[in-house]
Write a protein that binds this ligand. Sequence first.
Ligand code: UGA
Length: 442
Amino acid sequence: MNITIIGTGYVGLITGSIFSDRSNTVYCVDSNQTIIENLNQCKLHIYEPRLKELIIKNKDKGLFFTTNLNKAIKNSDIVFMCVGTPSDEDGSFNLKYIKSVAEGIGEVFKECNGFKIVVCKSTVPQGTHKVVSDIINKKSKENHQLEWEYVSNPETLAEGSAVSNFSSPDRIIIGTNSSKALEVMKQLYHSFVLKDSENRFKIGSPADAELAKLYSNTALATRIAMVNEFARIADHTDGADMDTIRRMLCSDSRIGYKFMYPSPGYGGSCFPKDILGLVSQSKLNEYQPLLLNTIDKSNELQKDYIASKVLSVLGPGKKVAIWGLTFKPNTDDMRESASIKVINKLLENGYNISVYDPKDNKAKEIFKDKIIFHNQKYSAIENTDAVILLTEWRQFDSPDFKLMKEKMNGNYIFDFRNRWLPKIVNSYNFNYYGVGRNYPLE
Ligand code: UGA
């Protein structure tokens, strides 16, 4: 099939490069000339494992990067909208990019014929399908030479594993009112669901698909907010250990193990934004959600709580090393990362901070010279009072605690991903602090 992808962020680039790898012809369009020039030289503005290799393999064979929306859409059967929906100040989804893309599509549709499908992959508030359809119909002046249909096909990619998520999806959500469009979408995704095609397509209306995506992220964020709240509760008991509790709980198959790891608070471009957007949209629809506001507040509280924990143990004006800055491993994405809040609070309290993160390019833009960046995890910890683990990159899984003890001045370890065994850490004469970890047995 011939496909246009509008927007070359995480979602657009991954969608485009994988569809081209499955022998479709894909035009990735962006209005930003520099981004397109760089992509044409295989220079990526984001880091995602395996993405660059896919682009190098397919570029100019079935994968093209262009600013020419007109030509791309005219040559395509399907047009994917993959642009951002950032938050407005009140938390609501800002649809300016979606609307402007819809205008652009409508303009080109004036001169098209045959059958085309417009697919929205961006995370959008419920009701966006109507907004986009109205704009396209108005702009294309209801060109009778062209039949077109709308599909909501929200992305379910997690950064860091997005290529494998897309290649072997556990579900493909398709929201459409058109059986013709549904058949084309099933054909497009057929090779991705060979094992169990009928069960992995989740089909409903555009309204269903839009809200299902928001519910999915809210459900995951709620689990994390809840596990972190219990970690705070555990900290205020006379010895309950969150890691032990987590294991006791997760073996209940109704609960399970995923998204149950205590942390310094969830970050990323999705959970925080989607929950606030949902709250604000519900209010517009004259419904006051009860739980949703609390999830976000509880998560922000966790970020503060983590910083306060360091301050209460060490006091002000210390020298610490932070391992891991990104909101999760295997990405360079810093959006809403707990590290931002934690570092700023420590800086306010006169801390001298050295850091190591395997992908620190975006963190450097945020912190500039306020903190000291190192290229190696052990050089960052020299003469520090404490090491604080914020992101669980594999590089930090089995550190040499003996070497750490030699290099550091102090003896404090804050393991805010609960990755290390307290007994082992303490055996090197460190004082170990985790998230909700108390008197652990192992
Ligand atoms: C999330 C969803 O997982 C995807 O399914 C969805 O498609 C995506 O949002 C989106 O809407 O685009 P993502 O934000 O990339 O993906 O990353 P996650 O793996 O979900 O992690 C989000 C945050 O939760 C991270 O800060 C992570 O450290 C934290 N987390 C995750 C925990 O604190 N504890 C856990 O047990 C799991």
